[in-house]
Design a binder for this molecule. Structure first.
Ligand SMILES: NC(=O)c1ccc[n+]([C@@H]2O[C@H](COP(=O)([O-])OP(=O)(O)OC[C@H]3O[C@@H](n4cnc5c(N)ncnc54)[C@H](O)[C@@H]3O)[C@@H](O)[C@H]2O)c1
Length: 325
């Protein structure tokens, strides 16, 4: 099956939480381009500059099929709002591994676990076609086999990963007990235009633009499976449509595993000059390696990542230049 086909969604009423964030804003735009009616929810919190979020959503803001509700997911009257809604893409969360230690943890339990529980409680009374939950590769922690398949026992190494896994388990519970048609997408490091400013590629390319040194945690030999934003969006659309996706969790990766050092070398070619690196102590909560086995997603939802790391980084660079140049 072609991941971007539009078999089941036709003029559906769709809710996207976290609509002004990196992934949510792209998803909203793609859904509107397909002619869907979309309600976006975002509280524009200050985990990073809310003006960036306003920019993210600005292209969709005034489109006729779009309604933006600026509020906390926990404050919404979901029983009313979900009337007539067919699909929920639940992207809202407190992202970021490092900030999840210490006093910041409360934001993670509130925004990741409580929001999901509130949505699922409302969804159990409704007749949704699909509830797609944005999970994370961080549920695996330091996996012992690569590429890692969904049958691997999740064992997060960060408080963030613990909350993402807890919410994923809640989705499973509401599916089994109340028939909520949940799907969990375990994204592996998503990148591209609008990437969050706390994420490595964004920080590296911004530093390269200003000819500043970058900070690398650890020796740079850690590997990641990087997923381009368009591929992550395609996975959302496909998982909302594929009949066999309900009740499942899927790895969503970019199709190749590269070291952080290799990505910096690719960036140097793109930006046209060497990038100075300051090596820092490894950060607690960062998995050493991630690599997605996407064969289940390929089989059940037709997922096939299309954008290479070279092409994806080139596109993120163009966006960084426009944002800060
Ligand atoms: N970006 C990645 O590489 C990545 C990887 C794995 C998983 N994820 C998951 O994907 C989702 C989107 O991530 P992102 O990178 O786009 O993050 P993001 O921070 O850019 O977007 C999240 C948005 O949710 C909003 N939000 C948070 N809590 C809210 C609440 N209670 N009510 C209303 N709005 C709220 C924020 O204001 C923000 O705009 C998250 O669930 C994240 O955990 C992202």
């Amino acid at each position: 099956m072609e991941a971007t086909s539009r078999k089941f969604i036709k003029m559906a009423k769709i809710v996207v939480t976290g609509a002004a964030g990196f992934i949510g804003s792209h998803l909203v735009e793609t859904l509107l381009d397909r002619g869907e009616e979309v309600i976006g929810i975002d509280q524009f919190n200050d985990y990073y500059d809310p003006n960036i979020k306003r920019k993210n959503i600005s292209a969709s803001h005034d489109r006729p099929n779009f309604r933006l509700i600026e509020d906390d997911v926990q404050n919404i009257d979901w029983k009313t709002l979900l009337d007539g809604v067919e699909i929920v893409f639940h992207q809202a969360a407190q992202a970021g591994v490092r900030a999840s230690w210490g006093g910041g943890f409360r934001a993670y339990t509130e925004r990741n676990i409580n929001t999901t529980q509130i949505l699922l409680e409302a969804a159990k009374e409704k007749n949704l076609k699909r509830f797609v939950y944005a999970s994370s590769s961080s549920v695996y922690g330091n996996a012992t086999s690569f590429p890692t398949s969904e049958t691997t026992l999740p064992k997060p190494v960060s408080p963030y990963g613990v909350t993402k896994l807890a919410a994923e388990h809640l989705c499973g519970l509401y599916h089994v007990n109340y028939g909520v048609p949940t799907v969990a997408l375990r994204y592996f490091t998503v990148y591209g235009p609008r990437q969050r400013p706390d994420m490595a590629f964004h920080k590296f390319l911004k530093a390269a633009l200003h000819d500043e040194a970058i900070s690398v945690y650890g020796d740079g030999q850690q590997t990641r499976d990087f997923t381009f934003i368009e591929d992550a969006v395609a996975a959302n659309l496909a998982s909302a449509e594929a009949p066999d996706a309900v009740g499942e969790a899927f790895n969503i990766g970019g199709g190749s595993r590269v070291t952080l050092k290799q990505t910096i070398e690719i960036m140097e070619k793109i930006v046209g000059h060497p990038i100075r690196i300051n090596y820092m102590e490894t950060s607690k909560g960062d998995a050493r390696h991630t690599s997605a086995d996407v064969s289940k997603a390929k089989k059940l939802i037709g997922y096939a990542p299309k954008v290479s790391i070279e092409e994806g980084l080139r596109r993120e660079w163009e966006w960084i230049k426009a944002l800060y140049g």
